[in-house]
Write a protein that binds this ligand. Structure first.
Ligand SMILES: *[C@@H]1O[C@H](CO)[C@@H](O)[C@H](O)[C@H]1NC(C)=O
Ligand SMILES: *[C@@H]1O[C@H](CO)[C@@H](O)[C@H](O)[C@H]1NC(C)=O
Ligand SMILES: *[C@@H]1O[C@H](CO)[C@@H](O)[C@H](O)[C@H]1NC(C)=O
Ligand SMILES: *[C@@H]1O[C@H](CO)[C@@H](O)[C@H](O)[C@H]1NC(C)=O
Ligand SMILES: *[C@@H]1O[C@H](CO)[C@@H](O)[C@H](O)[C@H]1NC(C)=O
Ligand SMILES: *[C@@H]1O[C@H](CO)[C@@H](O)[C@H](O)[C@H]1NC(C)=O
Length: 551
């Protein structure tokens, strides 16, 4: 009798405890050394994550915000919790939606989110990398919208942007995005939310790439690093899977590293035997867990559950296999005191320019609206509002064959960035129109461009003089720019100068990183499929591999 009573008292006490955990009580996760810790008690935090975002197949937009619908969110939390999920990765968020109810429900369930800051139409494009005002605005909009939830574990400033040795320079732009997003969080006095990067797994560049993001000073390096890892297919061992090599490769990274996606599906059903290895003693000193790709079953066959047209969830075999594996783990817990302080100098040194790594450690300037505004005001010849932005590319080509467009161009290999390279496509086009106009001695016929340009009066506010003179008439000087917040301006600024070269203009605006990723020694298809965003966005491109089609 006594025993029964005591037991039921304990049970109800536990139930009570669980139910009083509220968002405000869910402790933030912090980075110390190369691990994550609960900020309330210093226990180590391992990511037991699931990628959570549905394809936009039947919706009108380019993506479906997974945190905007409280009903489906709550429906799915039950399934996520039953497999011990403590993190979901979300790839694209709509800053105009209300996420409060879903975020609260996740917090109540002890679930954190790691969110990509980009969205399909606003991301750094590996084929024409830029770090612009528009993109920075998108990134800070997401930060503004989510900073207050303590169950935001961190943000990704990019996903598989550089994905092979032909586009390593794009990483300079992503690293600038990390630097500026971190500066923004600091300037706004937000909680210190970590900002990291999610990489693909390309044998040739993966070490240099991780070192590139982990190196340098605290202000500009990534706070954590994710790798989308699809090497373990079917039954493997620590050695045969490639996990041992990866662990060797990253053991000195100095920042937390985890699988930002995993779960090869070349062999089905997926038995998830890699889980015990990932959370076992051979790996936990280096790795902080991983995020299974993915919750929803779609054409690419990576789902743990399927959802029918009535919104009813059914668990699939993979769900049950994963469940039994994740329930078995008991990773060791490192002590927060044994970690070297995060502020300590990074053990990682930047990759040197080699054949396989061409991104400069000199990063693109901080996009700064004030600088672009000053430039715009100073112009006499500008692009007309009526010009369709689809025509910009042709206009750039035309004018940049006549004047040096380096002031609006940039090159992540040489580390030379035009002073106005972060400005909007329209501002940049106006700038080069104006250059040509000046070059032609301000002859009125030189401000025409087949009717695309018009004259206006130029003005320079006193606050603009310093910017304009650092940049120089041709924009070849450099200005670092400042991170602006609503109320004030913050963080370090200003102008190293130097001349900027770099090649002819590009049209700009950033479209999504397109194209499937390259080679992949053991799972070409899966890596191609990893970020639904990419394929989803380019929309029309169908990526076919191993008989699977992803739209
Ligand atoms: C630390 O806090 C977290 C979150 O409340 C909890 O899950 C964990 O069990 C705690 N660790 C210890 C050792 O109490
Ligand atoms: C989307 O539309 C297709 C074709 O109309 C249908 O077969 C599919 O079930 C729909 N998917 C969802 C998630 O509603
Ligand atoms: C952030 O959270 C605090 C405490 O819960 C609340 O008082 C404040 O209004 C929130 N701010 C925003 C912008 O949501
Ligand atoms: C691990 O690295 C060694 C040495 O480079 C290589 O021979 C081996 O094939 C790699 N193992 C796997 C599974 O990739
Ligand atoms: C801390 O730093 C020291 C000296 O740089 C190094 O030897 C040690 O391995 C580091 N410890 C951890 C846990 O990273
Ligand atoms: C950047 O500069 C390098 C070296 O001059 C050049 O080879 C490369 O084509 C340039 N890249 C772009 C995008 O202009």
């Amino acid at each position: 009798m006594m025993g029964v009573t005591l037991k039921s008292v304990l049970v109800s006490a536990l139930v009570g405890l669980t139910s009083i955990v509220k968002a405000a009580d869910l402790p933030a996760i912090e980075v110390v050394g190369n691990k994550f810790f609960y900020s309330n008690n210093g226990s180590q935090f391992y990511i037991k994550g699931i990628a959570y975002q549905q394809n936009p197949e039947n919706s009108t937009g380019t993506f479906v915000d997974p945190l905007a619908n409280a009903e489906t969110c709550k429906r799915d939390i039950a399934y996520l919790s039953a497999i011990d999920t403590n993190v979901i990765r979300v790839y694209a968020l709509d800053v105009n939606e209300d996420h409060t109810e879903c975020m609260q429900a996740l917090a109540d369930a002890g679930i954190y989110i790691i969110a990509d800051l980009s969205q399909p139409d606003e991301s750094i494009n590996r084929k024409d990398p830029q770090w612009t005002l528009d993109l920075f605005q998108r990134y800070t909009d997401v930060v503004d919208k989510f900073h207050n939830y303590t169950n935001v574990l961190g943000f990704f400033a990019g996903n598989e942007v550089t994905n092979d040795d032909t586009n390593t320079a794009a990483s300079a732009y992503v690293k600038a995005a990390i630097r500026d997003t971190k500066a923004y969080i600091k300037a706004k006095n937000y909680r210190s939310i970590p900002v990291g990067y999610s990489s693909n797994d390309d044998d040739i560049i993966r070490v240099a790439l991780a070192d590139y993001f982990a190196c340098g000073n605290q202000d500009e390096r990534a706070d954590f690093f994710g790798i989308n890892m699809y090497e373990w297919c079917g039954t493997q061992t620590y050695q045969s899977s490639g996990y041992q090599n990866a662990t060797e490769d990253y053991k000195n990274l100095g920042i937390p590293i985890f699988f930002s996606e995993y779960g090869c599906n070349q062999v089905q059903p997926r038995r998830f035997e890699e889980v015990s290895t990932l959370f076992g003693s051979q790996m936990t000193d280096v790795w902080s867990g991983g995020i299974v790709y993915m919750y929803f079953e779609e054409e690419n066959n990576y789902g743990l559950v399927s959802v029918d047209s009535n919104g009813k969830v059914s668990t699939l075999d993979d769900y049950n296999y994963y469940k039994s594996e994740i329930k078995k783990i008991s990773p060791s817990s490192a002590s927060i005191n044994s970690q070297n302080a995060t502020g300590a100098s990074s053990p990682t040194s930047c990759p040197t320019a080699t054949d396989v790594w061409a991104a400069s450690t000199e990063l693109p300037p901080t996009p700064d609206k004030d600088i672009c505004d000053c430039m715009q005001s100073s112009l006499k010849c500008v692009v007309k509002d009526s010009v369709d932005d689809e025509d910009y590319a042709d206009l750039y080509d035309y004018v940049c064959a006549k004047v040096d467009c380096s002031g609006i161009s940039s090159n992540g290999t040489t580390g030379k960035y035009g002073a106005y390279s972060p400005c909007s496509p329209k501002e940049k086009l106006s700038f080069v129109f104006n250059l040509y106009y000046l070059d032609q001695g301000e002859s009125s016929s030189a401000c025409d461009f087949s009717g695309s340009a018009s004259l206006k009066s130029a003005s320079t506010a006193s606050s603009c003089s310093a910017y304009l003179s650092s940049a120089g008439v041709s924009g070849l000087g450099s200005i670092q720019g400042s991170v602006r917040t609503d109320t004030s301006e913050a963080t370090g600024s200003n102008g190293k100068s130097g001349s900027s070269s770099g090649s002819s203009s590009t049209s700009s605006g950033s479209s999504s990183s397109s194209s499937g990723s390259s080679d992949k020694k053991s799972a070409a298809s899966s890596v191609t499929l990893t970020a639904f965003t990419k394929a989803g966005v380019i929309g029309l491109s169908m990526i076919v591999g191993f008989g699977m089609i992803m739209i």
